[in-house]
Design a protein around this ligand. Structure first.
Ligand code: PLP
Length: 426
């Protein structure tokens, strides 16, 4: 192997033929590998099975968790999330199994009724817009797309999204109603917003009085190193500027205990919480408090959550290492054809391949039995302007599967790049 960009036509053709032979050998194996969705593996969920062994459903204050009531959640569940998210229990609403559903419901409230600070419902705002740091979480973007928002891409860096751009746009345009953020171990890059970025979010001026920051802390305790990274709490920081009603923070236990059978939380100002509850109350009497109690008794407190996450880490670190080592080993000698992130937490690695190649890589992988998230999925409307980004999810497959999938992926990337370089030379 040598630097692809320095190869002449006949060298590239020889490399292509060699890669095609390796690719054909993989194809003949009839593989079925999947690095598409960020799901925990079965061993991770096994770690939480004890949680289900519970028979007493009386909460600390005597509440019978089996019955209706406590729309905001049991106090002890609110206290647990408050400790994890760095807020007060009175600022926490505990939802059902999905934080994404809480986000959707809040967007729907904005759309149907507006918030307490809205001049009118978002549905009545012509050319309504939402800021979308990219690459980001595809399911966030699907919500704003469905509700007819024009989505504006904001470039990400290792310290968070481009704050100059966000401050400028938010200050000048009152049809921009909010922004999606994954501030800790961002999906998919694994970046952590810097303290300065968080403070600028807390302080910034917005033309829309009802601008909302959807601050998705899905990976707040999902550390992949022994470093427990903690950042300023946006809700708290915003209070100094009187901007606390702007903030909706979310998290869930989907990747702590069970996806689809955990509990979720919204953290916001008490003022916003009152409004949200008044809008939720026609929709639901109370969420699953039995599950709230099971989670509190199993996880206990923030220290208990971190102890449990350390068990996840033991399984996940080798899978992330396998991907990064394979990339370094296989791409290194080929020159500048790809770069990737080195997350300290979260569920993903971003792989950036030579622009114009990502779709072709995903196609080659899929034809060989390796499912990746569709190229472009991490961008609004599924459109990566550079056709360069691939989101790698190493958590679900077993370690040998991750190793095989990573190696196959490097062959597909190298083949797609060689094809492109050959096409450019024509
Ligand atoms: C950033 C982010 N937010 C939310 C979710 C979904 O969370 P929940 O299961 O609580 O709906 C995911 C799942 O992958 C995610 O990556």
């Amino acid at each position: 192997m040598a630097d692809y960009r320095k190869m002449n036509r006949s060298e590239l053709e020889a490399e292509k033929a060699a890669l095609e032979r390796s690719y054909a050998a993989y194809k003949a194996k009839g593989l079925k590998l999947n690095m598409a969705r960020g799901k925990p593996g079965p061993h991770q969920m096994d770690l939480a099975m004890e949680l289900l062994k519970m028979e007493d459903y009386t909460a600390a204050d005597g509440t019978d968790a089996r019955n209706y009531g406590n729309l905001e959640g049991l106090y002890e569940a609110r206290a647990l999330f408050a400790e994890v998210m760095g807020t007060r229990p009175e600022e926490i609403f505990v939802g059902g199994n999905s934080s994404l559903q809480l986000m959707y419901n809040l967007m729907a409230i904005g759309y149907m009724f507006g918030f307490q600070d809205s001049p009118k419902p978002w549905s009545q705002v012509e050319h309504r817009k939402f800021l979308c740091p990219v690459p980001g979480y595809d399911r966030h973007f699907r919500i704003t797309e469905e509700l007819g928002f024009e989505m504006i891409n904001v470039p990400m860096s290792e310290t968070g999204p481009d704050m100059d751009m966000i401050e400028r746009l938010a200050a000048e345009d009152d049809t921009i109603k909010g922004i999606w953020c994954v501030p800790q171990y961002s999906n998919p890059d694994g970046y952590v917003y810097s303290d300065e970025t968080i403070r600028r979010f807390a302080a910034m001026k917005t033309a829309a009085p009802d601008f909302k920051i959807f601050w998705d802390e899905a990976y707040i305790v999902h550390h992949l190193t022994s470093e427990i990274i903690e950042t300023p709490v946006l809700l708290e920081e915003s209070k100094a500027f009187g901007n606390e009603d702007r903030v909706f923070m979310f998290t869930s236990t989907s990747k702590i205990t069970f996806p689809g059978a955990g509990i979720s939380a919204l953290a916001c100002s008490e003022n916003s919480l009152k409004y949200v509850c008044s809008r939720f109350s026609p929709m639901i009497i109370s969420y699953d408090k039995m599950n709230q109690l099971r989670h509190v008794r199993f996880l206990k407190d923030k220290a208990g959550v971190l102890r449990h996450m350390a068990k996840h880490r033991r399984r996940l670190v080798p899978c992330f290492d396998a991907v990064k080592c394979t990339f370094a080993h296989e791409f290194g000698p080929c020159g500048d054809i790809a770069h990737w992130t080195n997350p300290k937490g979260g569920y993903f690695i971003s792989l950036y391949v030579m622009p114009g190649c990502a779709k072709r890589v995903a196609q080659l992988c899929s034809e060989c039995g390796l499912q990746l998230t569709g190229a472009g999925a991490s961008f609004p409307y599924g459109k990566d302007p550079e056709d360069s980004h691939l989101r790698i999810a190493p958590t679900y497959p077993s370690l040998p599967e991750v190793e095989e999938a990573s190696y196959l992926l490097t062959i597909c990337v190298r083949l797609a790049v060689v094809e492109k370089l050959l096409a450019e030379q024509q």
